[in-house]
Design a protein around this ligand. Structure first.
Ligand code: KG4
Ligand code: ZN
Length: 321
């Protein structure tokens, strides 16, 4: 029997709701509405929790209304509500949780709190069939970590960042480069025109044969580079600026490839398997250079579909299945 699920996501700066039909062995996305706050947060250079929470409050009801209209459904038709419960910013999380609780109470429906990190990786099942166990690499604006995923309910952390997340490396680097917020997509685009081997930037924890990341040194080295070479910022359409973006990005790409190698080793040791798939999710998984490098270096790599990499309600509804 199929089941109708409402997914609600408000952990950070995206207000997103989705209605999914769960057919047990597959899932159908009936409607999906997202309001990204990038424009209203750009002037602050990052996420301001108070502003993000107020935006969620404003957008939640219209997004829900529009989603139900598109799906041709009533609130009472829903069988289950999945909502991001953790991790995230408290104010933003509370707006989503309150919307979900209100709908659940009023319509007498069950509610399922969802772990946002797990939902990012499991979003792969919105478009692909992947067997367990798999090695999961979550790279987003707030997190960078490897998981051994043995079932939808069993996520074992293998290692993660000791300071900044991969997304922060892009966003903080982008800020230094004068590229606004968030900068991941822009750096990705500019890097396509540049030489990734032109300048050398440090790979965090390169000498450690483990799956921890560190990106704070990379950001500092870019700051020092720009202090010594301020002219690079004068023309953002110059070859030297493209080369700088590509070289900075390359340090992140190399860190991904190196640490994935160690994560595979650890995942194989723990699972006792000689091979397992790699699933990559989170906003940074949209990055074209990371996609290309991991697909070249490793076998059986599956990226979450770009439409479901950044924060979205579909992945929350999907996890609640
Ligand atoms: O998953 P997400 O929406 O946020 C968290 O859950 O934290 O990811 C947002 C992050 C931002 O840091 C953004 O700069 C980055 O994803 N991002 C990218 C790309 N597109 C988005 N980073 C690198 N390359 C991209 N193409
Ligand atoms: Zn996220």
């Amino acid at each position: 029997m199929s089941k109708l699920i409402l997914g609600i996501e408000t952990s950070c700066d995206d207000t997103s709701v989705a209605i999914l039909k769960d057919h047990v062995d597959s899932v159908e996305l009936l409607a999906h509405e997202t309001f990204g706050q990038e424009d209203s947060l750009a002037e602050w250079g990052g996420v301001v929790p108070e502003i993000a929470a107020r935006n969620h409050l404003q957008k939640m009801a219209p997004l829900l209304e529009s989603c139900f209209k598109k799906a041709g459904l009533q609130y009472s038709d829903i069988d289950l509500i999945g909502v991001t419960a953790l991790p995230g910013l408290l104010g933003p999380l509370l707006t989503g949780l309150n919307a979900a609780k209100t709908l659940a109470l009023y319509n007498e429906k069950p509610i399922l709190p969802v772990n946002h990190l797990y939902a990012h990786l499991e979003a792969v099942h919105l478009t692909e069939k992947i067997e367990y166990p798999y090695l999961g690499l979550l790279i987003s604006g707030g997190h960078s970590a490897f998981f051994l995923v043995t079932s939808k309910d069993e996520f074992k952390v293998l290692g993660g960042t000791i300071d900044d997340a991969a997304g922060e490396a892009f966003d903080k680097g982008g800020k230094l480069l004068g590229l606004g917020y968030p900068a991941g997509r822009v750096i990705d685009e500019l890097s396509k025109k540049g030489d990734p081997n032109k300048y050398e930037f440090p790979i965090g924890l390169k000498a450690s044969a483990d799956c921890r990341f560190s990106f704070s040194g990379l950001k500092t080295s870019l700051r020092v580079f720009l202090e010594n070479n301020p002219s690079f910022l004068e023309n953002k359409e110059s070859q030297e600026f493209y080369d700088l973006c590509a070289s900075y990005q390359e340090a992140i790409v190399k860190a991904m490839a190196l640490k994935t190698k160690y994560a595979f080793k650890k995942a194989k040791e723990i699972s006792g398997l000689s091979s397992l798939p790699l699933v990559v999710g989170g906003g940074v998984a949209c990055n074209s250079a990371i996609r290309e490098r991991l697909q070249t270096k490793f076998q059986n790599v599956q990226f979450v579909h770009p439409a479901y990499c950044a924060d979205n309600g579909a992945m929350i509804g999907n996890f609640a299945r």
